[in-house]
Ligand binder design. Structure first.
Ligand SMILES: Cc1ncc(C[n+]2csc(CCOP(=O)(O)OP(=O)(O)O)c2C)c(N)n1
Ligand SMILES: [Mg+2]
Length: 675
């Protein structure tokens, strides 16, 4: 018994014809039925065999059929060729086609499917034709206009769907284009598998089109695990695929993010698998189900946390890593009357309207309110849950370090203590949800400390429509009323003034409603990632973006093709305004030009197959938003905003001042940010 594998598209008509002619010739010459059936068996393979192979088989068989004297030899030879293709039952003389083993591309596509992937987002190219075809058969493939947009969208689709997502590219520029989005996926903690094409071994170094190899591109980092990817591999033979899949399954099972790169030479994409692939299932890649997914919670550490926290007032500082633990976080805060502050990415994990909410720290947040709380209420310790306390969250502000230091819980043991190396830190490695469950179980029933009275951190929204262009704060107020409070749409805010206005003004009451990338903070992330958000939740997603970012990476045409329910709200000010205002704050606005010609985004949207409306003043805001929300497909709301209204960057520009002008605090190796 032998096997033959499937290989790409069905054979061309001439291959099929030859086979059919051979079969009928053999039959007409009165050959034994077994041979006829062998030929029919080969015919059965036609939909799954490589065209060139079929042609060879067909010609060989035809020549045998024409020469009856080679009849006995034919038996042997057919067995030799057909033995690979067919199962022959000697007793009954029955011949059946062996189920074909797939190609690498096919095997990869079906395995990714089995691991829970449903979507592949990318841009096509000749070198990944077989991958593209295989993905198209087994996954929902969405073509983007730029690979980075595809990768940003893949990351965001992960966050709204909880499923790993494939990003795919061709060789060379396809891979390099995807890198920013992949870096964002990694820094955000998404699960994205990049599948790309690589030059076939015999062609490397010979000047191939878009050659992708060590001769033309850096291999370190791109095709090896490191700072770009958790796992990266060039698949040199089909035999490596099972191992690669096992690695991917293990990576997907990890708590937190996982970003892999599998690059496949085109000869290997079409190569037949020589053994069946391991049978994978979505649960092999699910951190929720797998026994090895998360470290357990150390009870001794929990007991120590109770000692450190329960006897004196403490505050909680929640990050994105706490997003699946919102109910437990609320319970702990309310049982202990512990005030809660959060990182920008954690908005909504603790309800922002709650009386115990101190404010958002960091980029665009309410750092002044948080520092005032720390000064006036002087909690003994701060329980940090799932944030690395990096610059976008803390600005490394010493005013946020409590007297007794941090109790810092993170799934990543490398996180605690790093942002504030001088602060006393009790580190606990655990999933935040698992930790809180144990902590609540061990929490003393004794009377909680009285709840402090805290001012509301969010500024009042301007209600009355002002004259002239739209004030960004008035826009946020309208977005709050029409989108945040009245729909369940996911809102993404783009790097630029957009994310400072949104983080500062919008108020969320649930996790999963607000997305912002603050660490990598790449322009283009929200404006293109929003397609993934909509795709992943099969519902409305809204991106608040600057005009500069919108011009940098635009996927309106992609959304139009798919009729995705995406709404872009463009802060149209004809400037890289965050940079403009930043330079002005540093007294350098007159030496550096951050302006660009005005753009009509409503017209641009219509030109690309989406709907578009321009709002020129605050009177038109509500109607514009209502129209935008009513749209079932992509919609661009082009809002002419007042560019001179200073965005709430909150200390960021101070951090950029030349070092000599910044106060230094003894014992700290970083500049103190003035508030
Ligand atoms: C890829 C990338 N390049 C450059 C930057 C630096 N940067 C941050 S905000 C900004 C200007 C954003 O302009 P725009 O999108 O128009 O938003 P605005 O601040 O004007 O609202 C720039 C250039 C960045 N964050 N990402
Ligand atoms: Mg702008």
């Amino acid at each position: 018994m032998g096997k033959v594998a499937a290989f790409g598209p069905p054979p061309p008509a001439n291959g099929r014809k030859l086979l059919e002619t051979s079969a009928s010739k053999a039959a007409s010459k009165g050959k034994v039925p077994r041979r006829h059936r062998l030929l029919q068996g080969l015919l059965h393979q036609r939909s799954s065999s490589r065209p060139q192979d079929l042609n060879v088989y067909a010609r060989t068989i035809q020549s045998w059929a024409d020469r009856t004297e080679t009849y006995d030899m034919m038996d042997e030879n057919i067995a030799e060729i057909g033995g690979d293709l067919l199962e022959i039952d000697e007793a009954s003389d029955l011949v059946t086609p062996v189920p074909a083993l797939p190609t690498v591309a096919e095997g990869l596509a079906t395995s990714l499917c089995a691991l829970g992937v449903t979507h592949a987002l990318g841009v096509c190219g000749g070198a990944q034709a077989l991958l593209w075809a295989a993905f198209s058969k087994h996954l929902d493939v969405l073509h983007f206009r730029h690979e980075s947009g595809a990768a940003f969208a893949a990351a965001e689709a992960y966050f709204t769907s909880g499923r790993p997502v494939v990003a795919f590219t061709t060789t060379g520029p396809g891979i390099t284009n995807a890198l920013t989005g992949m870096l964002a996926a990694r820094s955000e903690g998404a699960k994205v598998i990049l599948v790309s094409a690589y030059a076939s071994a015999p062609q490397r170094g010979r000047g191939g089109i878009q050659e992708t190899s060590g001769y033309t591109m850096p291999t370190t980092g791109l095709f090896e695990a490191g700072a770009w990817f958790d796992d990266a591999l060039v698949l040199e033979t089909p035999e490596q695929l099972p191992q690669a899949l096992r690695r991917i399954a293990a990576g997907l099972r990890r708590p937190g993010g996982y970003v892999a790169h599998l690059s496949i030479p085109n000869a290997v994409q079409g190569a037949l698998l020589t053994q069946p692939l391991p049978r994978l299932m979505a649960r092999d890649a699910s951190p929720g189900v797998s026994a090895v997914s998360r470290p357990g919670v150390n009870r001794t550490a929990v007991a120590r946390c109770v000692e450190l926290l329960a006897n004196e007032p403490f505050a909680i500082w929640a990050g994105f890593g706490a997003r699946e633990a919102a109910p437990a976080l609320l319970e702990l805060a309310e049982r202990a009357n512990a005030p809660v502050m959060c990182s920008p990415r954690a908005k909504g994990i603790f309800p922002e309207q709650h009386p115990l909410f101190v404010g958002v720290t960091g980029m665009g947040g309410h750092t002044a309110a948080a520092v005032a709380y720390m000064r006036e209420h002087a909690p003994r310790r701060v329980l940090v849950l799932g944030t690395r306390l990096g610059e976008p969250t803390s600005f490394w502000n010493p005013g946020l370090v409590p007297e007794g230091g941090f109790v810092h819980v993170d799934i990543d043991p490398a996180v605690p203590g790093v942002a504030y190396p001088h602060a006393e830190t009790f580190a606990v490695q655990a999933d935040v949800g698992d930790f809180l469950a144990e902590l609540l179980a061990a929490w003393p029933a004794a009377q909680a400390k009285p709840a402090p009275s805290l001012p509301r951190p969010h500024p009042e929204h301007p209600m009355a429509a002002g004259p002239g262009r739209v004030r960004p704060d008035a826009l946020m107020s309208a977005i709050q009323r029409t989108i945040v409070d009245r729909t369940d749409a996911v809102v993404l805010a783009e790097s630029g003034n957009a994310f400072t206005w949104a983080t500062h003004y919008l108020r969320f009451a649930q996790p999963g409603r607000y997305r912002v990338s603050t660490n990598l903070g790449s322009m283009g992330h929200a404006g293109t990632g929003v397609l993934g958000s909509a795709l992943g939740r099969a519902g409305k997603a809204v991106a608040i973006v600057g005009d500069g970012a919108m011009l940098m990476n635009m996927e309106v045409n992609t959304a139009a093709k798919q009729q995705l329910p995406v709404l872009w709200i463009v802060l149209n000010d004809g400037r890289y305004n965050m940079c403009y205002q930043g330079m002005a704050a540093l007294d350098m606005a007159d030496v550096a030009d951050a302006c660009f010609p005005p753009t009509d985004f409503a017209m641009l949207a219509r030109a690309m197959g989406a709907e578009g409306v321009r709002v020129e003043n605050e009177d038109g805001l509500e109607a514009g938003l209502a129209q935008a929300l009513a749209a079932t497909g992509p919609f661009v709301l082009d809002v002419l905003i007042d560019a001179d209204r200073i965005a709430p960057t909150n200390g960021r520009n101070e951090g950029l001042r030349p070092a000599r002008t910044i106060k230094r605090q003894e014992g700290l190796s970083f500049p103190v940010i003035a508030l």
